[in-house]
Ligand binder design. Structure first.
Ligand code: NDP
Ligand SMILES: O=C1O[C@H](COP(=O)(O)O)[C@@H](O)[C@H](O)[C@H]1O
Length: 557
């Protein structure tokens, strides 16, 4: 399909939605796989494209032949998200003509056993695209496995040999993307090990390092990790991943802000009353107590995902859509956030932990009764925070952020709530307009405003104008697919830079200094927060409502 045809299909589909026609564009066909490719390379199928947008991506963003090395390839993230994301890209022909994957772990396994493991993971994961006939068999051929102790040298020497082996199929280059999907305590040892064996050296091909979250457990450890990494890698080789930035709808926030003329003039303290950013989860711990007991909600969601959503909403328009311009603006606004000293934490932040309750009609246990959680744990599973920004655009406009587990539903939203009209001349017409970005699910954007109701009287009622992202007719891409491909083509726009991560830690460190307790220590009676303080299936502790003040309310989602 030509790019112009792709665009036409898109236009038809979106226009169809505007006039209420359900399905005006022809369905994109799944492509048949091509003939098999030589070992060490991927004869990429999907030439016809599975959706029109991927066809556009293929034209513009073909990565050079490369090896993807996944440390922690036998882990939960790799199994559920990374392998399906890579498979989807490869099946759609987006990974170029030569590509292979080396899984690395501590478990002893042969290549064949790892291939079986990966194929099973692809069959099991809900994230895997529809599998084309013959695809899995061909994808298997690209997979290899190495194991060893990440503190020693041997495993990195073996990786060096894997890159040598792929060199011929990769046109004489030894490009490699190292993805660290391990417990964070291993980020530094792996980075050092790769450095010791010369695998960060770019003389024979590009070398890049993708680092999972959380990046550090506080400001000091994040800085120490950055320093350690920079002993081995240049900042331009480092890709700190925050999967929220890979979500289509998060990128759409930038598209809508900076691709239209009508929003920016209103995007400031003259018109905006406040902003609400919500990332609600219905899930509980999902067996991750070991990690979560150490992390809690501030490290798990607030310091990274919510801070990124905040920065994208509040930043100034960048001069270009490129890594430096976008990240410079995010850094500027993060720097303008009013400091939260420990003495102000109780005033601007609310923490919670879920107790037993009911979700979707089923009884669910409280956090303290989840397997692996310590008795009397005071780990917070909910946080609400009021941020203030000391710059001309946002002076006096509070940003309210909230996220928590075991809330009534899964929903992530950024809502820009506008000021009331200055004068009410109609009955019932003094509501605040709301521009809401639904990040997930039901992805889209809505504008709430007052309208005349039919009849003789000028009676106003709130109505909603709604754009649904599915109007484009394409299945939304996994954020990991997007970000993996970005890293393969060397585009760091959607990856937080060192200074962003540092500033985000600075913002939350006042909160951590007050709330952090040693998870191994059981608090004495009367000490620490009065947890649990919200029932599973409700919208969090009551104190979160008080945070908003008298004239504002959290949106009912
Ligand atoms: N799971 C998720 O949904 C998300 C995870 N992340 C991040 O991704 C990373 C991986 O998380 P996740 O997959 O859940 O973790 P898991 O514990 O499921 O997997 C970790 C992987 O690292 C390996 N590993 C663990 N300890 C060692 C060790 N001492 N030496 C060598 N290998 C080791 C494990 O091998 P083995 O199989 O032998 O145990 C496994 O392959 C973390 O940084 C996490 O914060 C980020 C967002 C979401
Ligand atoms: O990084 C994390 O994110 C998930 C939520 O991600 P989403 O894409 O499903 O919104 C969260 O459940 C997890 O605790 C956290 O580590």
């Amino acid at each position: 399909m030509k790019a112009s045809e792709v665009q036409e299909n898109v236009d038809r589909k979106v226009a169809a939605q505007a006039v209420g026609v359900a399905d005006a564009a022809p369905k994109a066909k799944k492509a048949a796989p091509k003939k098999s490719a030589p070992k060490g390379s991927a004869g990429a199928p999907g030439e016809d494209g599975t959706n029109p947008f991927r066809a556009l991506m293929r034209r513009n963003r073909a990565p050079e032949p490369a090896t993807l090395v996944i440390f922690g390839a036998t882990g939960d993230l790799s199994r559920r998200k990374l392998l399906p994301a890579v498979f989807g890209l490869w099946q759609d022909g987006l990974l170029g003509s030569a590509f292979n994957i080396v899984g690395v772990g501590r478990q002893e396994m042969t290549d064949e056993q790892f291939k079986d493991y990966a194929v099973q993971a692809l069959k099991d994961s809900k994230e895997t695209d529809a599998i084309q006939p013959g695809s899995l068999e061909k994808f298997r051929e690209l997979l290899y496995y190495e194991f060893g102790d990440f503190a020693g040298d041997e495993v990195y020497a073996k990786l060096g040999r894997e890159l040598d082996r792929a060199e011929e199929a990769h046109g004489g280059r030894k490009n490699a993307l190292f993805y660290l999907s391990t417990p964070p305590s291993l980020f530094e040892p792996i980075s050092n090990g790769l450095g010791r064996l010369g695998l960060s050296d770019e003389s024979e091909g590009w070398r890049r390092l993708v680092i999972e979250k959380p990046f550090g457990r506080d400001l000091a450890s994040a800085r120490a990790l950055n320093d350690a990494i920079h002993h081995v890698w240049n900042e331009s080789q480092v890709y700190r991943i925050d999967h929220y930035l890979g979500k289509e709808t998060v990128q759409n926030l930038m598209a809508i802000r900076f691709g239209n003329a009508i929003f920016e003039p209103l995007w400031n303290r003259g018109y905006v009353d406040h902003v609400q950013i919500t990332a609600a989860e219905d899930l509980g711990l999902e067996g991750r107590a070991g990690y979560y007991e150490e992390a809690g909600v501030v490290r798990d969601m607030l310091q990274n995902h919510l801070m990124q959503l905040f920065a994208l909403t509040a930043m100034e328009p960048p001069a270009a859509f490129d890594a430096d311009a976008i990240r410079d603006e995010k850094v500027k606004v993060l720097r303008a956030v009013k400091e939260i000293p420990s003495g102000r934490v109780e005033e601007v932040a609310v923490r919670g932990q879920y107790g037993a309750g009911t979700l979707y009609g089923e009884k669910v246990p409280g956090y303290r009764d989840e397997p692996g959680v310590r008795e009397g744990s005071v780990t917070p599973t909910y946080v609400a925070l009021k941020l203030e920004v000391d710059n001309w655009r946002w002076q006096g406009v509070p940003f309210f952020l909230r996220t928590g587990k075991r809330l009534p539903k899964k929903v992530t939203e950024i809502a820009v709530v506008f000021k009331r009209p200055p004068l009410g001349i109609f009955p019932g017409g003094l509501e605040r307009n709301v521009l809401a970005f639904r990040i997930q699910p039901d992805e889209g954007v809505s504008l709430k405003f007052s309208s005349k109701t039919p009849g003789q009287e000028m009676v106003l009622r709130e109505v909603v104008m709604d754009f649904r992202y599915d109007a484009f007719g394409a299945q939304l891409e996994s954020p990991y697919s997007r970000l993996l491909l970005d890293a393969m083509v060397g585009d760091a726009t959607l990856f937080p830079r060192e200074d962003e991560v540092d500033l985000a830690w600075q913002i939350v460190s006042g909160i951590l200094s007050v709330w952090d307790t040693d998870p191994a220590r059981k608090p004495k009676k009367g000490e620490g927060p009065d947890f649990p303080n919200y029932t599973s299936g409700t919208w969090g502790p009551d104190a979160a409502d008080d945070l908003m003040g008298d004239d504002r309310r959290w949106r009912r989602l």
